[in-house]
Design a protein around this ligand. Structure first.
Ligand code: PMP
Length: 392
């Protein structure tokens, strides 16, 4: 007899990106698919002398790490003490905890379209119903946000304002302030997801929207995955006082606490003079790789797609000039040992979408980049040739 599972379980979908990542493990595949940091740039991990952390620890996280995080958030303008910082097992866990705290079946959520696909998946499991807000070069349109709030009365608004995944968009300061004003007026909570802020290749407005909020409740999600090593699984959230206790209880029932050796190692690393040098090196190398990808795209994608070189983060987002089945293109590309992410899964179900692909530039070896982009340009050029573009 089949076991009787929850209604929630029926909403589980396989993560396309995880499926693709499995294929990209094959030797010889040039992958622009995942948001994988470059292994050769990750700091060496050394857990010697960290025996004090073998016992169970506090659910909120290691006190020294929480206070470093709170200090950093204060410099960003987020009024937050260490007591309102919760260390999580990656910021992905923060997204899940937020889903558990806010979402019932049918709860409306506003988010960008396109947005981070694992957020769509995580919140869909709890029964969220999405409405997407389209992105311009400067972020979402604050007036469209106001109208959508009146229309849907969302449980919260989820945004990635800095070097957004997948679009690379970085909100202007004007839009950040305007969005904060709309949320304050409406009293709708903001969930701000900010894992890419340290990967800035040009000067860009990066003040968190949470820093501009006066009244609305908020959760700010941060991560050490991109600037150190994702295998550590250390992220954090900070939250306004009304939301924090619920999130801590959910964390307790989820995994008791995040891994202690990683937290202690990270605290030492952040405090040492090695961190700044490491971060500067990583940013410098990624900037070069972004420029290399931009050069390759100019050579092989002119007339096929439109894009802007991102000022930070890990991705190029290409709007294809003509309609094209990007999933079919992916299967074809994999037969030629090149992987990328089709744009479709980044759009919440039922929302307007347009043909696009996401290309990561941090992971592929630079000498393979041109080769891989040439293959994709040929393939997408053939598939997308001719048909007029569908725009939303
Ligand atoms: N949010 C966004 C927007 C992301 O792109 C990612 C990772 N790709 C995460 C959250 C999760 O990151 P982590 O759990 O590694 O901190």
């Amino acid at each position: 007899m089949k076991p009787q599972l929850s209604r929630r379980a029926a909403r589980l979908t396989s993560s396309l990106i995880r499926d693709i990542l499995q294929v990209t493990q094959r030797p010889g595949v040039i992958s622009f698919a995942g948001g994988l940091p470059a292994e050769e740039l990750m700091p060496d991990l050394d857990f010697t002398g960290l025996d004090d952390c073998r016992q169970y620890g506090p659910s909120e996280g290691e006190p020294a790490l929480r206070s470093l995080i709170a200090q950093n958030l204060s410099t960003l303008g987020i009024a937050c003490d260490a007591e309102h910082v919760l260390v999580t097992s990656g910021s992905q866990q923060g997204i899940d905890l937020v889903g558990k705290l806010f979402i019932d079946e049918g709860s409306p959520v506003l988010l960008e379209a396109p947005t981070y696909l694992a957020t769509i998946q995580a919140l869909a499991v709890y029964g969220a119903e999405f409405q997407g807000l389209s992105l311009t070069e400067d972020g979402i349109d604050p007036d469209a946000l106001r109208r959508a709030i009146v229309d849907r009365r969302p449980a919260f608004v989820y945004l990635i304002p800095t070097f957004q995944n997948p679009s690379g968009c970085c909100y202007s300061d004007e839009v950040r302030r305007a969005v904060a004003e709309v949320l304050d007026e409406a009293g709708v909570p903001l969930i701000e997801d900010d894992p890419y802020r340290d990967l800035a290749y040009e000067p860009a407005d990066r003040t968190p929207i949470c820093a501009y909020l006066q009244r609305a409740a908020w959760v700010y999600l941060g991560s050490f995955s991109k600037i150190t090593a994702p295998g550590l699984r250390i992220g954090y959230l900070a939250a306004s006082h009304s939301l924090f206790p619920g999130l801590v209880r959910l964390k307790q029932s989820s995994d008791l606490h995040s891994n202690r050796p990683g937290q202690l190692w990270l605290t030492q690393f952040l405090r040492s003079d090695k961190f700044d040098a490491h971060a500067a090196r990583m940013v410098g190398v990624y900037r070069d790789r972004r420029d290399a990808m931009q050069a390759a795209l100019l050579r092989h994608f002119a007339g096929i797609a439109q894009w802007r070189a991102p000022a930070g983060g890990l991705f190029f987002w290409l709007r294809l000039n003509a309609d094209c089945d990007t999933l079919a293109a992916l299967h074809e590309a994999l037969t030629r040992d090149v992987a990328f992410m089709p744009g479709e899964p980044f759009f919440p179900a039922g929302n307007l979408r347009y043909p696009a692909v996401r290309l990561n530039f941090s992971h592929a070896a630079p000498e393979q980049m041109l080769e891989g982009i040439a293959v994709l340009g040929e393939l997408l050029g053939n598939l997308a040739g001719g048909t007029p573009s569908r725009r939303s």
